[in-house]
Design a protein around this ligand. Structure first.
Ligand code: KIV
Ligand code: NA
Length: 277
């Protein structure tokens, strides 16, 4: 399989070939995405909740993110490797944002960065893109702003909200974003925004009319027991299998059936036991 590139993503958009993207936070997950041909691996800042047990993405630091992006980079050869710039790492000034983006590439080994925000971050997106770090934008529901938004709410349901999503997407494309995530917006709006843009859109809770889809690994695999969003589909039940494994292990240790001395252990070399005694 040839390495996924931004150019190829544009071709997929052009030919109407749906783009697949999943989150990954560690090496084995990156290997799974790689070996089955997921097009984009996203080290999302959802890492904060599903992997580190933090209450929200706003707690995640740049150093914590880099530790995980390096692990994913080791396993993701085929997928384009994108990672979220953590809350606070791109807001203080464009210079600060560039420094953080460069660290994502140099220390984090990512190929592209993702930033949440609308027209107000367009100049930052332009500067980072101009340095040569490709930027994926993220509009609609922006989890890094959950407190300001009074929760995780669907965006763009009224005309003014829909206008804001469209204007944001257009401004970010204009600023050089190579792709854009549309999160939790009505499907008609997502389809319309996709048609108005020339860059690929990746939807999450945005219906089937985008250029591609993204979901959080732990949601897909049922390994996460936070509140399930309406848009999440469970594609496997790893949580159930994990529970079975832990329970069976505990039971076998407690009843003495694990380990088996014949098949799950080692023998002394011939005659050595007697010598030892
Ligand atoms: O952090 C994340 O996992 C994300 C995607 C779900 C888009 O931003
Ligand atoms: Na994110």
């Amino acid at each position: 399989r040839k390495k996924m590139t931004i150019q190829h993503l544009y071709q997929m958009r052009q030919t109407g070939t749906p783009i697949t993207m999943l989150t990954a936070y560690d090496f084995p997950t990156a290997r799974a995405l790689d070996s089955h041909g997921v097009d984009i691996a996203l080290v999302g800042d959802s890492l904060a909740q599903v992997c580190l047990g933090l209450p929200s993405t706003t707690r995640l630091t740049l150093d914590e993110m880099l530790h995980h992006t390096r692990a994913v980079a080791r396993g993701a050869a085929y997928p384009l490797l994108v990672a979220d710039m953590p809350f606070g790492s791109y807001h203080a000034s464009p210079e600060d944002a560039i420094r953080s983006a460069v660290r994502m590439v140099q220390d984090g080994h990512v190929e592209a960065v993702k930033l949440e925000g609308g027209p107000e971050i367009a100049s930052t997106v332009r500067r980072i893109s101009q340095v040569g770090v490709p930027v994926m934008a993220h509009v609609g529901l922006m989890p890094q702003r959950h407190a300001a938004l009074s929760g995780y709410r669907v965006q763009g349901r009224d005309a003014a909200g829909a206008r804001a999503v469209l204007d944001g997407a257009l401004a970010l494309q204009d600023a050089g974003a190579f792709s854009i995530v549309l999160e939790a917006i009505p499907h008609r709006l997502a389809e319309y925004v996709t048609a108005r843009l020339s860059i690929p859109t990746i939807g999450i809770g945005a219906g089937p009319g985008t250029s591609g889809q993204v979901l959080v690994w732990d949601d897909v695999m049922t390994r996460w027991h936070g509140k399930k969003a309406k848009f999440v589909r469970r594609f496997a039940d790893v949580g159930h299998e994990e529970a079975r494994g832990v329970q069976n292990y505990i039971a076998a240790v407690r009843d003495g059936s694990f380990p088996n001395s014949e098949t799950e252990g080692y023998e002394m070399a011939g005659g050595e036991w007697e010598t030892f005694l």
